[in-house]
Ligand binder design. Structure first.
Ligand SMILES: Nc1ncnc2c1ncn2[C@@H]1O[C@H](COP(=O)(O)OP(=O)(O)OP(=O)(O)O)[C@@H](O)[C@H]1O
Length: 250
């Protein structure tokens, strides 16, 4: 579905954040992108969603294809119209607007009024609290509810591929679990997901496959179970046979 080849990205004149990254996102799965601070995870999502320029970044080399369409070089709005929609780190909801207005803003990119109505029903079924709080100012929601709204807003345009940047950031464990379950549900409804996370335990439970970025290069990629062993071995020094459960180090 999405193919990234030899992607090199730079910010300004001196910071090279990605040094030739390859990535394949299947149309029917959840792919986790893991890595420590500064590994290049957000940069990779920005390159896919066409938002690098908003951060003074640029693609130095390489390509991004979505299906047969080459998308590096396209505007963010064109990429959304193709069906690729991102939820940036920090949620960035419109705090002074109501929950309903935030969702309507996400629905602007929907193809038709009928699609918009169906997307609205899907979002309210996934997150009933957003229907209950429709007329409340979004800035008054809890952190977890704001994350639900950010995901809900992205779903309003009916994406085929959803890009999530650290949805668990700053949330209590129960809410992280809830967000993880919702990602599986979104996937089961037919939307592929790229999930950038520092919470490797949650991400590896939710995703089918994972890649590990390390200082702008792909250090490992494969099925989630294999990557869980890699993460234990390389980052925690725990051999696979001594590993009991991901939850122990979450
Ligand atoms: N707007 C920017 N201008 C200059 N350098 C940047 C910018 N954004 C990111 N970088 C640099 O690019 C590199 C990759 O950053 P990126 O935010 O993609 O990493 P990350 O893996 O998402 O980390 P984090 O989890 O901390 O967000 C880092 O060295 C970072 O300092």
């Amino acid at each position: 579905m999405l193919t990234v080849r030899n992607l090199r990205v730079r910010y300004g004149r001196s910071v090279t954040a990605l040094h030739g990254v390859d990535l394949d996102v299947p149309g029917d799965g959840v792919l986790a992108v893991l890595g420590t601070n500064g590994a290049g995870k957000s940069t990779l999502l920005r390159a896919i969603s066409g938002t690098l320029r908003l951060h003074r970044g640029s693609v130095l080399a390489g390509t991004v294809h979505y299906g047969s369409a080459r998308t590096d070089g396209l505007d963010p709005a064109e990429i959304v119209r193709l069906g690729v929609v991102g939820v940036p780190e920090g949620r960035q909801i419109f705090g002074r607007m109501t929950v309903a207005e935030n969702l309507r803003a996400g629905g602007v990119a929907a193809r038709s009024a009928a699609d918009r109505a169906a997307a609205g029903q899907r979002v309210h079924a996934l997150f009933p609290v957003l229907a209950d709080r429709a007329s409340q100012k979004a800035g008054l929601l809890s952190g977890g509810e704001q994350q639900m709204l950010a995901i809900g807003r992205a779903l309003m345009s009916g994406p085929k591929l959803l890009l999530l940047d650290e949805p668990s950031l700053g949330l209590a464990p129960k809410m992280v679990e809830r967000i993880g379950e919702t990602i599986r549900e979104i996937h089961a409804q037919g939307t592929a997901v790229v999930l950038v996370e520092q919470n490797a335990a949650m991400a590896l439970e939710v995703a089918d496959r994972a890649v590990v970025l390390n200082v702008g290069t792909v250090a490992a990629s494969g099925p989630s179970a294999e990557i869980a062993d890699h993460v234990h071995h390389h980052y925690l020094g725990v051999p696979a046979h001594e590993r009991r459960s991901l939850a122990r180090w979450s």
